[in-house]
Design a protein around this ligand. Structure first.
Ligand code: SAM
Length: 230
């Protein structure tokens, strides 16, 4: 399967294993991952955040309940929310999550946004688990059409050492443990690493409610674009 599908599959696998109740997808784009995740019964709160409202709206109708969802009500409750906003800003609605995914997001961030990202995601949102994926630039010469970057909107593409240094730094600073993996293995004999590199971060400490409570006084800055209650 194409790499983007493998990335969704990777997240679905983690959801099956860890059974998070509250999941947020940062840089959710056209909400494809969210659409897949709404079928997991463990999930009660599903949130998508993107800076681009138009791209989120393209397929947002696919997140609406179908008549059958009301005819055959299930025991679990599910709320799906789409928010317009930036990962460079803190908003209390992102507190208390079990899992936050950032799939092919960080390479789209401006330098100033990338600087703020660890404090916002690891420091403020501080979910139990964070999954970050980004291209591995060492793989690029195996891709015939790539000149500088894989996509014109990429602000940078990191090699393994650059990503791992950044990830280990954030993990140490905000008390997470990180493990590295990836998708898209290189051909035999080429030691370039995976095509997509992934860091899976797990929080080392138990978060007390009081800490989230303090954060709740923070002003709301994200704009709600869509909300469905199942
Ligand atoms: N996660 C999607 C997936 O796996 O299919 C694709 C992500 S797309 C390559 C990158 C997304 O990040 C875009 O939809 C873009 O609008 C969003 N984005 C860029 N800067 C952002 C920011 N500061 N805050 C939130 N989203 C941002």
């Amino acid at each position: 399967p194409p790499l983007y599908k493998q990335r969704y599959q990777f997240i679905k696998q983690l959801v099956s294993e860890h059974k998070p109740k509250k999941v947020a997808d940062l840089g959710c784009a056209d909400c494809r991952l969210l659409w897949m995740l709404k079928f997991y019964n463990c999930i009660e709160v599903l949130v998508g955040l993107d800076i681009n409202e138009d791209v989120m709206k393209e397929k947002m109708h696919t997140l609406s309940p179908l008549p059958g969802d009301f005819l055959q009500p299930s025991e679990r409750s599910l709320t799906v929310t789409l928010l317009q906003g930036s990962v460079a800003h803190k908003d209390p609605c992102m507190l208390g999550f079990d899992m936050i995914t950032c799939i092919e997001l960080i390479e789209h961030l401006e330098e100033k946004e990338l600087e703020k990202f660890p404090d916002v995601v690891f420091g403020f949102m501080s979910p139990t688990m964070i999954i970050i994926s980004t291209p591995n630039s060492e793989f690029n010469h195996l891709l015939p059409t790539v000149t500088l970057f894989r996509h014109p909107d990429h602000k940078f593409e990191w090699n393994r050492a650059q990503f791992q240094n950044w990830a280990l730094g954030a993990a140490a600073r905000y008390d997470y443990t990180v493990e590295f993996t990836g998708l898209g293995a290189p051909p035999p004999g080429k030691d370039v690493g995976f095509c997509t590199q992934i860091g899976v971060f797990v929080r080392n400490y138990v978060k007390d409610e009081a800490r989230d409570h303090l954060g709740k006084h923070q002003e709301c800055v994200y704009k709600t674009v869509f909300k469905a209650v199942y």
